[in-house]
Design a protein around this ligand. Structure first.
Ligand SMILES: Nc1nc2c(ncn2[C@@H]2O[C@H](COP(=O)(O)OP(=O)(O)O)[C@@H](O)[C@H]2O)c(=O)[nH]1
Ligand SMILES: [Mg+2]
Length: 385
């Protein structure tokens, strides 16, 4: 019998594939449950099968939207263990559920406790264990599986995070530098999801870059898309800050900001999101230098790019940050010129290589220091290996 209620619900229920198409998800709550252990058979000392477990497995090319499309109820339950029977004394283990998630996922419990990070392809984590099968130790009664609600949080893993206000030329640059094909238009907010591109070099070295859209002045107060995508900057090793040499005006009701003010505004937004982001190395790109009058415009401000402290005298009070960006290099460019884009390509590689070398030296020093310490302890007391 078909109830009216079912008909109504069916018509209201959205098709998850359809309504999620094109939507970028970077956080998802799921409830997971391990399978119930099968009961044992006391008469024959039979042991019930262990309940199946739920695992998250990181896979390249997967998105959280794929997870929702596959498990639209957002409840994932593994199979129950088989009961022990006369024909099969040892019950079979329940079927495991392996949920494929994107690389870069962090798994949290509902109370915010971090369970695991899946930063490499094929890495897996146990989301919910199965209940043990019934045996003599538990009166032959199978146990229930673990049940909990987990939050999956995605942070893209890219070497470089590209940060700038709308229309600065982020998408144009990512497209010119890499194999990504972001949308480009002369109106703000063309990119509403982060774009990942890979920069390839002749010696096959690859560097990934993330175009992080939607940042506007006042994002900390949740204007525009707020800081939605800034969390993806946390895991990058280098910040590329890009500004339009002619500045930016969000709308008629907003003040027009020149390019120096834009740098302070970006600085402020990064600081308000997470102060530690300002400790990252950063390269400043002043874009659209091919446009008429660009050279005159940049000459007004360029001495302050390398000395942001001095430029603060021109910074409107509401934009003054407490801590200034750590600018390594300033490159005036035109994202439309191949030669200049190539300069950026070489500069980012050089900076990243230098950072990697520095890290290596620090690690070596650390290990030398450990060796020294170990030797000194061994001289005094029991041997430490
Ligand atoms: N003249 C000139 N226009 C540019 C340059 N870079 C980007 N643009 C234009 O600026 C507009 C915004 O670029 P887009 O890459 O979509 O900016 P986004 O919002 O930061 O991603 C587009 O019309 C681009 O064609 C440049 O170097 N020179
Ligand atoms: Mg864009």
């Amino acid at each position: 019998m078909v109830l009216l209620k079912d008909v109504l619900f069916a018509s209201f229920r959205k098709n998850p594939r359809k309504y999620l198409r094109g939507k970028f998800l970077d956080s998802l709550r799921l409830s997971v449950k391990g399978g119930h252990g099968g009961n044992g058979l006391p008469k024959y000392g039979g042991v019930g099968g262990q309940g199946g477990a739920v695992y998250f497995v990181a896979k390249e090319g997967k998105s959280l939207t794929d997870v929702v499309c596959k498990h639209s109820s957002k409840r994932i339950v593994a199979g129950n263990g088989e009961e022990s029977s006369k024909d099969r004394i040892l019950g079979r283990r329940g079927l495991d559920q392996r949920v494929e998630v994107p690389v870069g996922i962090r798994v949290f419990e509902d109370d915010g406790t971090l369970i695991d990070e899946l930063n490499e392809a094929d890495k897996s984590c146990l989301a919910a264990g199965g209940g043990s099968g019934g045996c003599s130790g538990n009166s032959f009664i199978g146990k229930t599986g673990q049940s909990r609600t987990l939050r999956l949080d995605l942070k893209l893993i890219a070497d470089i995070g590209l940060v700038g206000f709308p229309n600065a030329g982020k998408s144009t640059l990512v497209k010119a530098l890499s194999n990504a094909s972001p949308k480009i238009a002369s109106y703000p907010f063309t990119t509403i999801r982060p774009q990942l591109g890979t920069i390839e070099y002749e010696d096959y070295r690859q560097i990934t870059i993330a175009d992080l859209p939607g940042l506007i002045e006042g994002a900390h107060a949740n204007f525009g898309m707020g800081h939605t995508f800034l969390k993806h900057v946390e895991r990058t090793r280098l910040l590329l800050i890009i500004v339009d040499v002619f500045g930016f005006q969000l709308s008629q009701s907003h003040r027009k900001r020149n390019c120096l003010e834009n740098i302070y505004a970006l600085n402020k937004e990064l600081e308000l999101y997470d102060r530690t982001l300002l400790e990252k190395s950063c390269i400043l790109l002043v874009n659209k230098m091919d446009r008429e009058g660009a050279v005159e415009e940049i000459c007004k401000y360029d001495k302050y790019f390398n000395d942001l402290q001095d430029g603060l005298k021109y910074c409107p009070e509401e934009l003054i940050p407490n801590q200034l960006l750590n600018i390594d290099q300033v490159i005036p460019i035109s994202a439309k010129s191949r030669i200049e884009v190539n300069k950026v390509k070489q500069a980012v590689r050089q900076t990243l290589d230098e950072k990697a070398l520095q890290q290596l030296r620090e690690d070596e020093n650390d290990s030398e220091r450990h060796d020294e310490l170990r030797a000194r302890i061994n001289e005094r007391g029991p041997k430490v290996v």
